[in-house]
Ligand binder design. Structure first.
Ligand code: 13P
Ligand code: SF4
Length: 310
């Protein structure tokens, strides 16, 4: 379908239906451009909590739209592509997690927002990469903690908070693919560059980084830091917002292990959403995210605790 037609129709349908489009920084640039708000997982959850729209179109992945629905039971929440999952969420099966949890009955359960509603319902607290340290530090020292599903983020938090965490062994397919050898090679060619990394990256990548933070944290760091060149170790979609925010700085995507055409990491799940799917989902009001009320109430508790602490 013609891009101008899609933009026109999405704009018209949005007004007609009082819909809002929330998009994550990893979305395709056309999707980011048409969104009413772009942000990291925490900002998007907060935006979803405060919107007056009747329909939320969540241009992100399944767990993000599900979180928006948990926070907004009376609004229609749409996800342009139902298959837009996440390796972290998909790698933490509720039955397996329930068995895992049983081994540590006296532990407080903290889960990264990149998990299903069923996992959230089994948690005491939810966190995002932007507030994970703060959430762990809010738990008093005498409590032992389970952290799931991201092992890399868990390892990073153990170092940052000096707390001993029992970790679920999940990972992000995008962030675990960064190559340290290629990163060092790139850095040697750009010795004045600063490396900014997302904490879902492996510990050897984080060790090499000058800054570690959420997608918004990385954008704010690069905006305010005086260096001229940055190597960015997170999903490549962030470069769209970054290049608008800092047009005079040089931004280099961190190289991944696999050689691919753009020599950078892309999340195949995030990129499933397209302008055309966004148009169709607004027009047909489908696929719609639905969560049973029983599950929603249980999953809401740890999300609300997180939002109060953030
Ligand atoms: P942020 O919360 O930092 O935007 O991260 C979301 C995500 O999926 C990272 O892979
Ligand atoms: Fe999940 Fe990784 Fe994609 Fe983020 S980048 S949505 S953590 S698979």
């Amino acid at each position: 379908m013609d891009k101008n037609f899609l933009i026109q129709e999405i704009t018209r349908l949005k007004q007609e239906k009082n819909a809002v489009i929330l998009a994550h920084y990893y979305q395709d640039e056309d999707v980011q451009e048409i969104a009413d708000f772009i942000g990291d997982s925490l900002e998007l959850a907060k935006k979803a909590q405060n919107t007056n729209a009747d329909i939320i179109v969540f241009a992100g992945v399944h767990f993000m739209a599900e979180t928006a629905k948990i926070l907004n039971p009376d609004k229609k929440v749409l996800l342009p592509d139902w298959e837009a999952g996440c390796s972290l969420a998909d790698g933490c099966d509720p039955k397996d997690f329930s068995e895992f949890k049983k081994q540590y009955p006296d532990h407080v359960v903290v889960t990264y927002i990149n998990c299903s509603a069923e996992i959230k319902a089994m948690s005491d607290l939810v966190c995002t990469s932007a507030n994970a340290k703060k959430i762990i530090e809010s738990i008093s020292e005498e409590h032992k903690i389970i952290f799931a599903p991201d092992e890399n983020l868990g390892n990073y938090l153990q170092k940052e908070t000096k707390r001993d965490l029992v970790l679920w062994k999940g990972s992000c397919v995008v962030h675990e693919a960064f190559s340290l050898d290629k990163l060092i090679e790139l850095y040697n060619k750009n010795p004045t560059a600063k490396i900014a990394a997302h904490p879902e990256s492996e510990s050897h990548i984080l060790k090499a980084a000058h800054f570690i933070g959420s997608t918004s944290g990385i954008i704010n760091f690069i905006k305010t830091d005086p260096a001229a060149v940055y190597i960015v170790a997170t999903e490549a979609g962030i470069l769209h917002e970054l290049s608008k925010a800092v047009p005079n700085k040089t931004l280099i995507p961190a190289p991944s292990t696999e050689d691919n055409s753009c020599a950078c990491s892309e999340c195949a799940f995030m990129k499933m959403n397209t302008l055309e799917k966004l148009y169709l989902c607004l027009k047909n009001e489908s696929p719609e995210m639905l969560v049973t009320e029983e599950l929603r109430i249980e999953a809401l508790k740890p999300i609300e605790k997180m939002l109060q602490l953030s």
